[in-house]
Design a protein around this ligand. Structure first.
Ligand code: GLA
Length: 398
């Protein structure tokens, strides 16, 4: 366990003891993720290349006691992130709330587990949730909440779920309870990640390859721009819809089934906008497969070039970047290979959030200082930066 997750764990345990006056019976965790390349390709049944990060959600829980005052068939969740406590139904037909709340993800996962015959073995329980994944930073705190909830359900019921099944329960919770029509990448990596490995995932077959990332010379740097532009949900659904309509007009179900040549030859069948959206989706798959090969061959220069090309495509064709993230990527380009940066790009859904960079480990401190200073100078915003090794997927701590 990384040092920062150890701190998170002891804070969670202390909060549980303070809130409920005893020690937790179950403690589970799931990581956030960063995507190295393969953005906005999962819902087109394409390829993604994410890794889990050393930032987690931890849930500590125990069966409720009479003195807790939790009604039967309910669970009481206390979130350290916002100090809120909520009672959630844990049996029967759990309906989504009208407004999406932080606990919607929990509700959706509990409902999904119950439907899949993961029984609720306790009448009621109490839980504390703690998180060191920046919320709203595009590092999948929601997938981590879903995967930690599913892990808690497995642990309480002694019914293990298949890890892919678990990811699918999380995705369905996100669709039906948080009303976000996401792909499978975030839940999949949060459920199945392995230490020191990136994952090349085929979002059609769910087959995946774990690609070793052992070299201590190379680091993954995550830069939180600290900006989050609104409109995110609607823009995401709109991009999806453009991809689906382009695919349909070109006679296939998903962009995955088209080559760039086919797209070029049939350009007149789709609108200019659909053409650009499809060009991103199709070219990003090609880049993603090549990036995984480049890492296997230790060709970090090529991997870096592909990351920059991915960013350009997301900025110009897919139009999901934003001024602040573009500035971060430009600063990284200016530092360049001489300064120890191989490549950099926006990561996640877009419109703010984080950038990810592939950097030389021994230059990382200087790179961080330079990015922090230049970004502050250009935007007035103080970014937050951290390095992460590829971390492990959801698991039981206690
Ligand atoms: C969000 C979604 C993912 C994926 C990315 C973009 O993180 O949850 O499924 O589509 O955006 O790559």
């Amino acid at each position: 366990m990384s040092a920062c997750c150890e701190i998170l764990l002891s804070e969670t345990q202390a909060a549980f003891e303070e809130k409920f006056g005893r020690v937790a019976k179950w403690i589970v965790t799931a990581p956030g993720r960063v995507n190295i390349i393969g953005e906005h390709t999962d819902y087109n049944e394409g390829f993604v290349f994410p890794m889990a990060i050393e930032k987690n959600i931890i849930i500590a829980a125990a069966p409720a006691l009479e003195s807790d005052g939790v009604p039967d068939e309910m669970a009481r969740f206390y979130s350290l992130a916002n100090g809120e406590t909520v009672d959630i139904r844990i049996s029967g037909d759990i309906q989504p709330t009208e407004e999406v709340k932080w606990w919607s993800y929990i509700q959706g996962v509990i409902a999904g587990c119950l439907q899949r015959e993961v029984p609720m073995m306790v009448k009621s329980f109490v839980a504390v949730i703690h998180c060191n994944i920046p919320i709203g930073g595009g590092l999948s705190s929601s997938a981590a909440l879903e995967m930690s909830t599913a892990t808690l359900m497995e642990e309480m019921s002694h019914v293990p779920l298949d890890k892919v099944e678990k990811a699918l329960i999380g995705q369905k919770a996100e669709h039906d309870y948080a009303r976000m029509p996401c792909g499978i990448m975030d839940q999949f990596i949060s459920s199945l990640a392995e230490w020191n490995h990136l994952m090349l995932l085929d979002c059609r077959s769910y087959e995946y390859q774990l690609v070793p990332f052992h070299s201590q010379e190379l680091s993954i740097l995550i830069i939180d721009s600290k900006v989050k532009h609104e409109l995110v949900g609607g823009e995401y659904a709109e991009r999806r819809a453009s991809c689906f309509s382009a695919a349909e007009k070109l006679g296939v179900k998903f962009l995955r089934d088209l080559t760039l040549e086919q797209l070029q030859q049939n350009k007149e069948k789709i609108t200019e906008l659909e053409y650009r959206r499809a060009r991103h989706g199709i070219s990003e798959d090609v880049r993603t497969l090549e990036a995984a090969e480049a890492l296997k061959n230790k060709d970090y220069d090529r991997l870096g070039e592909l990351m920059y090309a991915s960013h350009d495509s997301l900025r110009d064709d897919y139009e999901v970047s934003c001024a602040e993230i573009d500035i971060l990527v430009e600063i990284a380009r200016e530092i360049g290979k001489e300064g120890g940066v191989y490549g950099c790009r926006m990561t996640g859904g877009g419109f703010g959030g984080c950038a990810v960079a592939l950097v030389e480990t021994d230059k990382v401190d200087a790179i961080m200082d330079k990015i922090l200073q230049d970004y502050k100078k250009k935007t007035g915003v103080t970014a937050s930066l951290f390095v992460s090794r590829p971390a492990r997927g959801a698991h039981v701590i206690l």
